[in-house]
Design a protein around this ligand. Structure first.
Ligand SMILES: Cc1cc2nc3c(=O)[nH]c(=O)nc-3n(C[C@H](O)[C@H](O)[C@H](O)COP(=O)(O)OP(=O)(O)OC[C@H]3O[C@@H](n4cnc5c(N)ncnc54)[C@H](O)[C@@H]3O)c2cc1C
Length: 394
């Protein structure tokens, strides 16, 4: 980072810098010039000053020795009594990234009585599995979990650490990146690894209007979180590989600031991210009661239902059934979209679906750009007809 500084003992207050600045970035309210927010550090004022009283200061960032940080570490999440499937998706992506650089893909897994999950990881091409298996880890406490994963990272020195963008992962990853004074990019939709080992972390920014490419060139490790259903899980191999390395919890991590007062069991609800078939309604639906047709069609197809964000904003639906950047990412085998325009904030989180069918009155609706079957028609004609056909009516 560079900035402009004024050496007040040399400055005569002549104002030559103010005249030289094309951005109006220098205020001369007192005896000496002051740079305001418009300053882009172009340095024209430095050249214009007859007294050499203005200087450009450069901050140098200490370079990390990247060769000391190698491999990719995946945080394998155990929560709700299962190995979260996002962990396998991350392993799949990690293997793809690691191959050209000859990197190893390792995993760290935490919990209580988790040997079966660690064993399962061995079927997905992981080299080393650091396992912290202890009753103290039976429920998530951010500081204790962070202490364990921090210890694993300090021992392995991975170049990249991948964490699922689940509720647990979103709490854990920032704590870890802070401990290593390094960068974290949340909710990446694509990842690439450069030859120089910089991870290009790609994610939508500015409301999904641009895809930002973010790198962490000066520090290691590089942390990224990725949502469930964004990457592909690798095929399970019958022959287990890799080794499980049991670890003990670092003493420092046990001094937790969190105390478990009570646990309440929330009834498990199916997530739209897990559905094979999804029927989705958008603002083309005129009233809340019409959502019943969407739900009914989903039921007839043996699938689940969801909506776009405007329907959630109207209070017709809850956020956990919203598809999109501020909702869930889905990749069903079949998705049927009724009365949905196809804004990028919606499509970026469902376009990985195997088959997309869209119904919209407007032939130019952007949803048709990604639809395999595009039906230009009134949803109030198509939807009841489809339901009648599936119910066996003539
Ligand atoms: C930061 C940010 C995050 C966002 N996150 C999300 C998100 O997570 N999810 C999300 O969905 N949106 C999100 N949005 C909003 C997004 O930009 C769009 O506004 C939204 O997706 C539009 O929803 P829609 O397609 O249902 O409505 P509209 O864009 O209003 O489209 C309605 C469509 O229905 C068609 N139609 C109308 N009547 C009929 C009929 N009778 N038969 C057939 N077709 C009909 C119209 O031709 C139109 O194309 C976000 C926006 C921002 C800025």
């Amino acid at each position: 980072m560079a900035k402009i500084a004024v050496l007040e003992r040399k400055c005569t207050g002549c104002g030559a810098c103010v005249k030289a600045c094309p951005f109006g970035a220098i205020d001369m309210t007192g005896a000496h010039p002051e740079m305001n927010a418009a300053c882009c550090v172009c340095g024209l004022c430095v050249k214009a000053c007859p007294e050499q009283a203005i200087v450009k200061l450069e901050t140098r960032t200490a370079e990390v020795d990247k060769s000391k940080w190698q491999g990719i570490l995946v945080y394998a999440e155990v929560s709700g009594g299962r190995l979260h499937p996002v962990s396998l998706e991350l392993i799949g992506k990690a293997r793809e990234l690691a191959a050209p650089l000859g990197y190893a893909v390792n995993a760290v897994i935490l919990g209580s009585s988790i040997l079966q999950y660690a064993e399962e990881l061995r079927h997905y091409g992981v080299s080393e599995i650091y396992m912290y298996d202890d009753p103290a880890l039976s429920y998530f406490r951010a500081d204790v979990y962070a202490g364990c994963v921090e210890a694993a990272i300090r021992s392995m020195h991975p170049s990249v650490v991948l964490v699922g963008a689940t509720s647990l992962g979103r709490s854990l990853a920032p704590r870890l990146s802070t401990r290593f004074h390094t960068g974290l990019t949340a909710d990446c939709t694509q990842l690439e690894l450069r030859e120089n080992t910089d991870l290009v972390q790609i994610r939508p920014a500015f409301g999904g209007n641009i895809m930002a490419q973010i790198i962490t060139p000066h520090t290691r490790p590089q942390f990224a979180t990725v949502r469930y259903k964004v990457m592909d899980a690798p095929a399970r191999s019958d022959a287990p590989g890799g080794i499980i390395l049991p670890q003990s919890i670092p003493q420092a991590a046990l001094a937790s600031h969190a105390e478990l007062v009570e646990t309440r069991q929330v009834p498990p609800s199916a997530s739209i991210s897990d559905a094979d078939i999804l029927v989705v309604g958008g603002r083309g639906l005129k009233k809340e009661a019409d959502l019943e047709m969407i739900r009914h069609l989903a039921h007839l197809l043996g699938g689940d239902w969801a909506t776009t964000r405007p329907l959630v904003e109207k209070g017709w639906n809850s956020n956990d059934r919203q598809i999109g950047l501020s909702g869930r990412t889905v990749r069903p085998r079949l998705i049927l979209c009724f009365g949905i325009s196809g804004a990028i904030q919606f499509t970026s989180c469902m376009k990985g679906s195997d088959h997309i069918i869209a119904v919209n009155q407007d032939p130019n609706a952007p949803i048709f750009d990604i639809a395999e079957i595009a039906i230009v028609d009134d949803l109030y004609t198509v939807l009841p007809n489809l339901i009648a056909r599936l119910e066996g009516q003539p």
